[in-house]
Design a protein around this ligand. Structure first.
Ligand code: LLP
Length: 396
């Protein structure tokens, strides 16, 4: 059976997300190979792509799961991740959310002193804490998760209160965590934040692990340099080694990337539904998908490579746009691609992270279907729903 994207588009229809599991494995192994420090526990930030086939590959590769909601915790467990390898990095969790995590035996990383105290009062015996190192880095302000404007984490200058919460409630803080932002391509940005976290960590007496978070970037643009993984791995190793020497105990190192593992594995296949050229020459290539299915270009101005799988025609500079009734529904402006014609299939690349996981049914369009390719096998991961399915969600 063909696994060629064009054949998959014909067989399953468009819009269609396709994930190549071999690329997920490749990324998982590249990351592990670049991290010489032991003990090491890698976690997958499941928010990037919770498709079970993808998640299971990473669990088989030895990854735990970083989850940010009770739903993600449930998905991680359902995919077969043992509870002790699931970390719930809470953000403004309700008491019910915390209680649910305690019931399934999942460690919670608390993002505020308030939530740490409450977890202790609810009977939590162990927790991790997320520290805001005030040093952030990201592709876009919306994906910056450290610094003065972020809602995340306990400010690094306010960690003295952790010890009194431990004393008052009996909870023990066994992990120090940071996550500075997303799609970071410079290793030194991580290193600056790691130094702040380790400065705070030495005041915490019961640590078993340090979690440097996710955020590892990938080169979406053809001319972008990849993150220097070996420099990052070597720096993390040397920082951890000297920290542990002073701390008096060897601690586990954790990282929890999402995008790095799955972005490149995914493509969103879409058909050209309309082509229009304005009097000024601007050519709009309209597709059968939109920001409801891949919001990154509209939300963060993100670049995704786009190829015309159906054509070897000479490149033409066009705007690739969606079918959502909003003018921000643009995948690319002034992009040179083989001249698109009606019915051609376009592949929007690097769509495996934060693509389907952020998709919605805005404009009452069903979600794309999802298929996974593994070597020469193809499996449907999620069936396409119909308009009737959407409408049936309301009480009639
Ligand atoms: N850990 C925590 C606590 C996080 O909040 C995140 C992502 C990660 C790990 C994984 O980050 P990654 O390695 O994937 O960068 N929707 C945005 C990205 C938002 C990331 C939110 N947190 C995008 O499409 O670029």
């Amino acid at each position: 059976m063909s696994t060629a994207p064009l054949d998959l588009a014909q067989r399953f229809g468009t819009p269609l997300y396709v994930y190549d599991l071999a690329l997920v494995r490749r990324q998982a192994r590249a990351l592990r190979a670049a991290l010489p420090y032991e003990p090491l526990q890698l976690l997958y930030a499941i928010k990037a792509n919770p498709c079970p086939a993808v998640v299971k590959v990473l669990i088989d590769e030895g990854f735990g799961i970083d989850a940010v909601s009770p739903g993600e915790v449930a998905m991680a467990l359902r995919c077969g991740c043992p509870a002790e390898r699931v970390l719930y990095t809470e953000n403004n969790a309700t008491d019910d959310d915390l209680q649910a995590a305690l019931e399934v035996g999942v460690l919670v990383t608390c993002g505020s002193l308030d939530r740490l105290r409450r977890l202790g009062e609810l009977g939590g015996r162990e927790a991790a804490v997320r520290i805001n190192p005030d040093v952030g880095a990201a592709e876009h302000a919306h994906t910056l998760t450290a610094g003065p404007l972020t809602k995340f984490g306990i400010h690094h200058s306010q960690t003295a209160a952790i010890a009194s919460i431990e004393a008052d409630t009996g909870i023990r803080v066994i992990g120090a965590h940071m996550h500075i932002g997303s799609n970071v391509l410079e290793a030194d940005k991580f290193v600056a934040a790691m130094e702040v976290i380790l400065g705070v960590a030495k005041e915490l007496k019961h640590l078993r692990f340090i979690d440097f978070g996710g955020g590892l970037g990938v080169p979406y643009r053809e001319d972008q340099a990849a993150l220097d993984l070996s420099t990052l791995g070597a720096q993390a190793e040397s920082l951890m080694r000297s920290f542990c020497a002073g701390y008096g105990r060897k601690l586990e190192l954790r990282l929890e990337p999402g995008r790095f593992l799955v972005a490149e594995s995914g493509q969103l296949l879409t058909s050209v539904a309309a082509v229009k050229t304005n009097p000024d020459g601007r050519c709009f290539v309209g597709t059968d998908t939109g920001f409801n299915h891949l919001i990154r270009p509209c939300m963060y101005g993100s670049y995704h490579p786009i190829a015309n799988l159906s054509s070897t025609a000479a490149p033409k500079v066009v705007d690739v746009v969606g079918n959502v009734c909003e003018s921000g529904d643009v995948f690319a402006r002034d992009r040179a691609i083989a001249e698109p014609k009606l019915g051609d299939v376009l592949a929007i690349g690097f769509a495996g992270a934060y693509g389907m996981s952020m998709a919605s049914t805005y404009n009452l369009r069903p979600l794309p279907a999802e298929v996974v390719v593994d070597g020469d096998t193809v499996a449907v991961a999620r069936q396409r729903k119909t308009t009737d399915d959407l409408i049936a969600q309301w009480e009639w």
